[in-house]
Write a protein of this length. Structure first.
Length: 256
């Protein structure tokens, strides 16, 4: 892949603020696009100015499900940032609960979440935007019926888009290739996430590696994802020790 094809999820760099030198480093590394998170609470004028200074764009953002209750605010913010894709990265948060418990739902609850999320699709489409969902590993762990949570929710609306996190699919125990094929028309973006070992705790952030330094075989996966409607190929590490090293190594490994 060429560097200009590869984006960075800004969440990767959140512990290394301020963002101004981070954006400059990414730009100097050859990255021209980032994916934002927390658009609903961001000072967009200030951040847009920093992005412009580093010649970086943003075509997608993560927003909380809860923020969709005021879609006009999200739409206005997205338009000011020239963002096209609005991505919800998890179901509604449960109060006083660990993050993983957010995903502890039965089949009916996953279907209901899919219906509620899908109810906003037309609002964003009418504004020229897409609404999608980003998975973690939990959506690829079978329910008692054998069905996967990702199916329960994504199949509620053909126009609900999908940002497939390929690393989390594998961490959930699934082969990404058939899911890439099944949702080829829904996929508008993907996250590239890698792990040093499948025998270690997949939720231990220290087990996350630069893309290409881990055990995942990327060639067939990337070849397959490029046959879909995927527009964005986004690097993400949930908590790197050194975001610069992570970025440099990932770009080098993906080159070609």
């Amino acid at each position: 892949m060429e560097k200009k094809e590869i984006s960075m999820q800004l969440y990767t760099t959140r512990h290394f603020q301020p963002y101004d030198p981070i954006l400059k480093f990414l730009s100097d590394s050859g990255i021209v696009n980032i994916e934002l998170f927390g658009l609903e609470s961001m000072n967009i004028d200030e951040f847009k100015s920093m992005m412009d200074q580093s010649n970086i764009t943003s075509k997608s953002t993560h927003v909380s499900y809860e923020s969709l209750s005021d879609p006009s605010d999200i739409i206005n913010r997205a338009n000011k940032m020239n963002i096209k894709h609005i991505i919800v990265p998890a179901p509604p948060a449960r109060k006083d609960a660990e993050f993983k418990n957010t995903f502890n739902m039965n089949e009916e609850e996953w279907m209901e979440f899919g219906k509620k999320l899908s109810s906003y699709v037309n609002v964003f489409e009418d504004a020229g935007l897409t609404l999608g969902y980003h998975n973690h590993s939990y959506e690829f762990k079978p329910l008692p019926s054998g069905k996967l949570p990702i199916e329960c929710m994504m199949d509620q609306n053909e126009n609900l888009k999908f940002e497939i996190d390929l690393g989390w699919v594998i961490a959930g125990g699934a082969d990404p290739l058939p899911w890439i094929k099944q949702y080829s028309n829904k996929i508008i973006a993907c996250h590239l996430k890698d792990f040093y070992s499948k025998d270690k705790d997949m939720f231990d952030m220290d087990n996350q590696s630069a893309v290409g330094d881990g055990y995942i075989e990327w060639k067939d996966i990337i070849d397959s994802i490029k046959q879909t409607n995927c527009e964005l190929f986004i690097l993400e590490h949930d908590d790197p020790k050194d975001y610069k090293d992570y970025t440099t190594r990932s770009l080098k490994n993906l080159d070609g």
